[in-house]
Design a binder for this molecule. Structure first.
Ligand code: MRU
Length: 349
């Protein structure tokens, strides 16, 4: 997958492969202001928890560039960072990335903006590179959860496009494939934004990994017929007890997997785990515009004035999760203990 998020230091612009247009058009959306970054996040030019974290990090740099000549630059910058951190509510990576850069700034006392700029640019590039590394490590650990000959179901897109590159759930699938396992993938289409049909199928087809698309409501039948041996999905926020928020529909897939004795895995970096939230009940669930459900390709499909639900995420309880695949290994229940231990291992490095 080519570089789908890149920053140009010459004119401080961020270039994002426009995921709304895939798979039929490959065009870049260019952001020159922090408000354009917020728009790109909200209309989902870029989406996927780690990818929106990386985008927000570059957004902080654009915000700094916007205010650095003004005497009140620090106050103005804090306001812009707050807006960036709240562009979408569910994926914790967004807040994590902004607060990471804000913390670095706080640690440098009265650093002038001209010195903060290169520091942040270096750090954002490192965050982007680290995310790819974390995905590759996750892939190495997670590949062992997939057996030769398995058909793996995934929901939404947790691939290169949803991260800085390689992917979380698709990283695990890629690593299993690269290890020589003859696997197949079923990509649930993922109404209403169709991340599975458009993005997961696009990525896997490009890599030559056999993939079929199924309607979300075919999941029960596919499992009942023995056509799925394993489920691997990503996550947007994981609570301290392992409850995991991911794309709407994931909870239903997990319940069906449990009923059919199929292992259900989450693949996510530690930056997706929010230790300040004890259980899934505390994870904010984004509600998106009704038009995404009431219209398909610009055509209205529901009667006028009928309200629709457009919750973008749901929470899978930890008890349904066989393992959480991270860059610190595959965490197993009880998650409160295994998650805390993974953070301790990471802190010692
Ligand atoms: O609304 P989206 O497309 O941003 O939702 C994305 C997902 O739910 C992904 O599965 C999740 O962010 C994991 S991405 C590696």
């Amino acid at each position: 997958m080519h570089n789908h998020i890149y920053f140009t230091t010459k004119d401080h612009s961020l270039h994002l492969l426009d995921q709304r247009l895939l798979p039929t058009r490959e065009e870049f959306f260019v952001c020159r202001t922090s408000e354009e970054i917020i728009t790109a996040l909200q209309v989902m030019v870029v989406r996927g928890a780690p990818a929106i974290g990386v985008t927000a990090a570059w957004g902080c740099i654009i915000a700094l560039h916007e205010v650095m000549q003004q005497p009140q630059w620090a106050v103005l910058l804090h306001e812009k960072l707050d807006r960036l951190a709240h562009a979408r509510p569910t994926a914790v990576n967004l807040r994590w990335a902004v607060e990471h850069l804000r913390g670095l700034w706080a640690g440098r006392g009265d650093i002038p903006p001209a010195e903060l700029l290169p520091l942040w640019e270096y750090e954002a590039a490192a965050m982007q590179a680290d995310d790819i590394k974390a995905c590759q490590t996750m892939g190495q650990y997670g590949a062992a959860c997939i057996q030769d000959g398995d058909t793996v179901m995934t929901h939404c897109n947790a691939g290169a496009l949803a991260t800085a590159g390689y992917g979380t759930a698709l990283g695990v699938i890629r690593a299993a494939w690269e290890a020589g396992k003859k696997i197949k993938v079923i990509a649930n289409e993922t109404r209403p934004f169709l991340q599975g049909a458009r993005l997961t199928a696009y990525e896997l087809a490009q890599d030559g990994i056999p993939v079929s698309v199924a309607c979300d409501n075919a999941c029960a039948l596919l499992m009942q017929r023995g056509m799925v041996q394993c489920v691997v999905v990503g996550a947007d926020r994981i609570a301290a007890n392992g409850d995991s928020a991911n794309k709407i529909g994931t909870y239903g897939v997990a319940l069906l997997a449990h009923e059919h004795h199929i292992p259900f895995y989450i693949a996510a970096p530690l930056s997706t785990i929010d230790l300040t939230i004890m259980s899934g009940a505390g994870i904010p669930i984004e509600e998106r515009p009704a038009q995404e459900v009431s219209h398909i390709g610009g055509t209205q499909i529901t009667p006028d004035n009928v309200p629709v639900f457009n919750f973008a995420f749901d929470v899978t309880p930890a008890r349904l999760i066989a393992g959480i695949i991270t860059e610190e290994g595959v965490l197993r229940p009880p998650y409160t203990e295994s998650i805390a231990a993974a953070f301790e291992r990471q802190a010692k490095k």
